[in-house]
Ligand binder design. Sequence first.
Ligand SMILES: C[S@@+](CC[C@H](N)C(=O)[O-])C[C@H]1O[C@@H](n2cnc3c(N)ncnc32)[C@H](O)[C@@H]1O
Length: 760
Amino acid sequence: MDPFELLFEQLLISQQGRRLSRHLLFEKHKRSVAHIITEQHNDIINASYTVTDSSPHSAKTPLDSLKRITLSELCLDTVHHGRVLVCRNIVKPFKMNAVQLIVEDPIVETGTGNSSATDSEVVADRLSLYNFVNFVGWRSDVSDCLPVGARLLIKEPYYKMAADKFPMVRCDNPGDVIILSNEQVDMPLLNGLKWSDALKISYGPVQAAKFESSTPDQLRFKGNEKVKHKEYASAIAIYTQALALEPNNAIVLSNRAQAHLELQQFRQALKDADLALTIEAGNIKTRFRQAKALYGMKRYQEAGGVLRDLLQANATNTGIQDTFRRTLERIVEQQFGRYKVLDVFQEARLTHPPRLDHADYVGPVHVVQVAGKGRGIVATQDVRPGTLLMCSKAYAIVFKEELAKVHIRHIDDLPMHKNYLSKTYLITKIAHRVQQEPWTTRELYDLYAGVDLPPFIDQNPEIEGSQIDMARIEGITLANCFKPDNDSWKPFAELMVTSEEDEVHNKLDGGAGLWILPSYINHSCVANAHPIIIGDLMFIRAFRDIAKDEEVCISYFPLSPYQERKERLQPRKFDCQCPLCEFERSEPAAKHTRRHQLLEDFGKLVPKIGTGSADMIPRVESIVSDLRKTYPSVIPPKTEGSRKKKKSPKVDLGTSILPQQFRLALINPLDHLGRLYLLHNHREQALQVFLELFGLMPRCGDMVQKRMGYALAISSEYEALGLLGTRNQWVDVSKKESELMYGEDEGEKVWAYKHSVRMA
Ligand SMILES: C[S@@+](CC[C@H](N)C(=O)[O-])C[C@H]1O[C@@H](n2cnc3c(N)ncnc32)[C@H](O)[C@@H]1O
């Protein structure tokens, strides 16, 4: 450390706990910027989010009712309810975990021509804007959005001691920060206030009251440059400055619409395109942008109308043709629930990350109150197995492949589950979406947020401004997120407890996503519906007949023995009342204990079974035999004699769900036994085991997927025995299960595709 730095450090330490002087504020700021530049963290996505307390502050009082407070009046460790801080940014801000600025108070004009303070006496302090998720990674300069001289209003500011033991003004909710535009300088709150001349001294001829002095054209070119470099947020900020000078500039409006489209801010894009078209109605580029915005907002019919008009005048434009074709496909999906599932699968394999362009569909279901469960979903008519109940695109999603670049940075004493990369990143993504699209806040905040948070009660159909309530977003995420997985379904329910566990889980972290309508579906171990996630789309189909007004349930985890299911539900704090749970609860406790013991013994054998040693066969057979004895009506295993007859048993499609059929503890050991038999060429025994396994698995939850696999394994064994008729019968059974999962039209196609992919 050079002598100057040492001296500086000592100075800081001696000042700890006290407000930093302007000079030290600037020094500290400069050092942080230098640190960011050296570390070059721009490509790392910082997934940290932060809440100040268990319930982070977000101001609810309207601005008009707030009274001004100055920096010098702020008290430590206090949220200043009913107050608003008027301040001005005096540095190029940077972003680490938060956007960091230095702000100063205005000067009060006394009316005598004198001011209440001289420039050098004006109080300045640090302002940290957390959860400003516009930018990912670290940025040494974010002055495009918060330029030097920008005037800010901070609603109900929180003044606290930062980790470095110096105070700062901290704001957790971006909705509490108002960046004043040039036009807003006349608001009553600013009456009698003026700003010091210090900026001119530090930054040369900066106009303290203006963002930048350029012509609209200069700003447009500058904005276009930002677009070229894909810096869309900055481009929007610059176009906005241009529009402040020339509000009816149709080109700038149209360009800003394009920048919004790039950021998927469709509503803003539409607003700009609509306005630009009132000025210049015939502009094809702007009309096309308008259509794209409508498409992005899932207003496919309207988008189709605009595109049809455009095509009449521009029949050969391939871009418009392609968007029109896609729009028609979306209309069929949205209105009739007709998806080309196989195409969706292939799209998911080819798109990285697989965020797919498809419509949402709401089938014959709606949300109602369900006794003892809060809200739930019921069928609005009788539905058949395989019927698509809904298809939903994730509100936000993090795929496994995106995690490599994600980084978690610890700020406060974060609870351990926040170390779980994908959940943490998902929470910041959700916050980002709320910030970008505040009109989606209501549908998000209406979701169940866990036992500790009361229902969201803001009655506004559209919540004004962005209300980033990180505690609520966190609660909603933890209560409702699923793990994405092509062709799988695993809901994501576990909570992290220890750091060692986090380590293990981080390695297994497969991403996380939040889907709005599916979040209303309650759990049943013997669920009648099942979600399949392809890319960021969740398809939910009925697996059995569901009567009108019957509740639609999915299983939140794979079907497993009672004890395991009970443990999986424990963090969710409810007891499942499904017929299977009730049946198993009614069994004598001794049976559960015995099964549990046998499964533990089996668990210890698994590593040895993995070696494939033939010695393991009698050991597993013995455990299976003992497990059978713990169930009431055990089907006797086939005798050697009956197997010799090579008669195929009747195909049981398992459509009835009787709790007594569930001999779940047998599944895993039998699966291993079947594989061991195959490995040692005891094919007939393997066949008997697969047949039994198929019979053990009723049509619910993950069992359907497994039934498809076992039916196929059975068909291979019959083929080996030369019983081709029976083989074909089992191939058909396997395809039938696929139809349940992917629909009658597409089930067989997907089945063929999946098996060819598996073999490739
Ligand atoms: C994904 S949400 C389902 C929708 C929720 N019921 C609501 O009102 O928004 C999960 C929460 O619903 C409740 N829940 C789900 N299944 C349940 C069941 N079988 N019995 C009781 N409560 C259940 C639990 O509170 C659970 O944490």
